[in-house]
Every structure is written in C-alpha cells, then in structure tokens.
Write a protein that binds this ligand. Structure first.
Ligand SMILES: Cc1ncc(COP(=O)(O)O)c(C=O)c1O
Length: 399
C-alpha cells in the first residue's frame, strides 16, 4: 500500500507516478504523497510494530506492493553512541548512524532497494548510471536480485569491493579515466538505448530510499530530531533525502520543532560545496583536478549542490573540508576508541565535527549525529597496511 500521489518537479509540474521519469537534477523531481490520508490511517505505533528494515516505512515509500519488494533486509541500522570520543571532545554526547551494516556495506542499499523495487513495478528492464563505486556495487546486486540490468560506469580507481560487486553480479560495467565525463556518457547511452538514467537526483526514487535514514534517526530518538547532522557529501543526495524525511514527518505532525543544522564534509582535494559555501555562492562551480582517495566523495560537480546550499542557509550549518590524512586518522580513532570501523568518507564527519567545535559552529552540549555512510570493509586498500610480526612460536609473543 502506497500513499504516493504524483511526481512533482521544482516548478510545480505534476507528473504521472505510473511511468518512470528521469530529468536533469535542476528539474528537482520529487515523489509526493497524500499525507492527510496517511495521517488518518497510519500512526507512529503502526510504524514501530513494522519489520526491522527500512520497509517499516512502506507507507511513506513509493512501492505499491512492498510485500513483493526486492529486499536484502536493508536499513534500520543502529544509532550508536560514541562516549569516549564525545568525552575527549568535551561533548555531552555524539551519535553515529552506522550505515556500514547495510547488505553491501553502505547506505546506497537504501536507494537501490526502494528504486529497484519501484522500477520493477513500472516494467523497467535496464537502468544506467555513473557511480564512484558504492552505488554501482549496490545497484548491481539489487538489479541481479530483481532480474533486471544495471549498466555501471565507475572511475578507474573505484574500490575493489565495489568492482567485485559489479563483476560477481554479472552486471555490465565500464571504467572511465576522465571522471568529469561520466554523467554525459551515461546520458548519451540512455538516449541511444532507451535505458533509464538513474544518476544522482535525475529520478525521484533513490531519494525515497535514502529518506529512510532521516525517518530512522527521528524514530530512534523517540520521534524527534537532533540539533545537528554531519554528512559526508558527494553528490548531495543523502543529505537532501534526510531533510525530506524531516519535512514529511513535520507535515504529518509525528515530530515537532526545528530541523537540525546541516554540516557537510568533503575532502580538500575535491570540495566544490565547501568552496561555494565559503564564497557565499548559491551554486557549486565544477572542481578541476580531483585529488582524493577512491570512494564516495568523488563528485566534482555535485548534482545536489544548489539544494544542499539552500538547506544549510535555511536550517543553519556549514561546510568544512578535511584532508585524507585527517580522515584516515579518524577511521583509526573510531576503531580504537569506539570499536567502529567506518570507511574514510564516513570518518571525514568526525574530523569535521572537531573543526566545527573549534570554530564554535557546534556547542559541546548539543546532540550531534554523524552519518557514517559505509563500512571500512569497502575501503581496505586505502587504509594503512597492517604490519604485524610473523611468529613461529609462543616465545615470540610479547604484549
Ligand atoms: C561511502 C559514501 N559516503 C558518502 C557518499 C556521498 O553520498 P551523496 O552522493 O549522497 O552525497 C557516497 C557516494 O557515493 C559514498 O559512497
């Protein structure tokens, strides 16, 4: 059962939800629901009794038959506290949404599960996108489960784990050296072959899947919002999705108050959003030479740049860049102090919170949620190689 009524574009045009739609991100295609009816028929208690997956929010998702969804039990990831790090930073508490628990190891599974399920209902046979890696791997696995095809273009340095997901699931995958060309190549191929272009923010349903991160954070906090969110930004889809969740929950009256301030982190070697924020612009200008570790933050011209800047202006917040060394040190800090093992992209949020505290953007008493978008297992080659002594007997064991 879905309460989906239509797809709406930024200029207010209503589109038929019974067909797939794909348009440049500026069109701002968003799924809209009959929230008045939903409020009458569904309650937070109904949600709470639902499955321990993102499908507990089926009423707020576009899939007509959630019981037939293409699912690997994604979502409902824990919101963990990081008490030692919080104490060291002088903070009352620090919360971490651990998205590394998802089936392919990142939050990309949320978008893939919901969108693949919906596109199967709409009869789509082939989808195509360029992905820095994690979405490619995730969509490949869900497409395989659905029996459809996902054409992937990944950068030549995409992490081996993502490349293996694409290979093992048998999905057509290509590597591209000049990453700035990826979006154009996919658009041309989709035009030529009639594939559905599912690149970041071109179609409305990936966002609906990722929206469940915001729904979960609110539910896990007892149906309320934190004071600040720190998000490692690539294209910006995840951040936009979290705020769409808060907006819908506010409209439903299931939560009250002010949405959190939004802080985004990027690597120094590709930080178009941070540059735009520092310069007071409304739009990102495309980043030139990309010099960052492989993985999710490789988005030189973020499709969601303008909307993320709007969110920061509307709700407060900021943007901060982090070096690769700082991020890698934060992976180790999270493992050493809290037993967590995030990917370096996720660890930029800890480096970011430290900078935000130093700048007085975040106060130590505030409730802050870091979005840990993926597992360190997706990024093994980027991490320092372990060098342990090889032993031959117990006599060589020295603590
Ligand atoms: C691990 C990880 N974190 C963060 C991001 C950035 O996500 P978004 O493009 O939604 O901003 C990505 C995107 O590829 C990712 O793979």
């Amino acid at each position: 059962m879905t309460y989906l009524t239509h797809i709406e574009s930024r200029d207010g045009t209503r589109l038929d939800p019974g067909s797939p739609h794909s348009a440049p991100p500026a069109a701002g295609l968003r799924a809209r629901y009959d929230l008045d009816r939903l409020r009458r028929e569904v309650s937070t208690e109904t949600i709470t009794r639902g499955p321990a997956t993102l499908w507990r929010y089926a009423a707020l998702l576009p899939v007509a038959h959630p019981e037939q969804a293409i699912t690997l039990d994604e979502g409902w990831t824990p919101l963990l506290s990081a008490p030692r790090i919080a104490r060291a930073l002088g903070m009352k508490q620090l919360l971490i949404k651990d998205e590394g628990r998802n089936p392919s190891g990142t939050f990309k599974d949320r978008g893939a599960a919901v969108a693949v399920s919906r596109y199967l209902e709409l009869g789509v046979k082939t989808v195509a996108h360029n992905s820095s890696g994690n979405a490619g791997g995730s969509w490949s696995l869900y497409a395989a489960r659905a029996g459809i095809t996902c054409v992937n273009i990944l950068p030549t340095d995409a992490q081996p784990a993502s490349r293996q997901h694409c290979r093992a699931s048998g999905q057509p995958t290509f590597l591209l050296d000049n990453w700035h060309d990826g979006g154009r190549l996919i658009a041309e191929a989709c035009e030529q072959h009639g594939w559905l272009n599912i690149c970041t923010l071109r179609e409305p349903y990936r966002l609906e899947g990722k929206k469940t991160m915001g729904l979960e954070i609110a539910e896990q906090l007892g149906w309320r919002m934190p004071e600040a969110i720190v998000y490692p930004m690539g294209g910006g889809l995840g951040a936009i999705a979290i705020y769409k969740a808060f907006e819908e929950l506010l409209q439903l009256g299931w939560i009250k108050g002010k949405p959190p301030r939004l802080y985004v982190t990027q690597y120094e070697g590709c930080s178009p959003l941070v540059k735009a924020w520092d310069e007071g612009r409304d739009e990102c200008t495309p980043w030139g030479r990309i010099d960052i570790p492989p993985g999710g933050l490789k988005s030189p011209n973020p499709p969601g740049g303008r909307v993320v800047l709007e969110l920061i202006r509307k709700h407060g917040g900021g943007a901060v860049s982090v070096t690769a060394e700082e991020a890698l040190a934060c992976v180790d800090e999270l493992a050493r102090e809290e037993g967590l093992f995030p990917c370096p992209e996720s660890a930029t949020t800890l480096a970011g919170v430290r900078k935000a505290l130093a700048r007085g953007w975040i106060a130590t008493g505030e409730e802050v949620v870091l979005i840990s978008t993926g597992s360190g297992l997706k990024s093994i080659p980027t991490l320092e190689a372990p060098r342990f002594p090889v032993i031959t007997g117990s006599a060589e064991l020295h603590a």
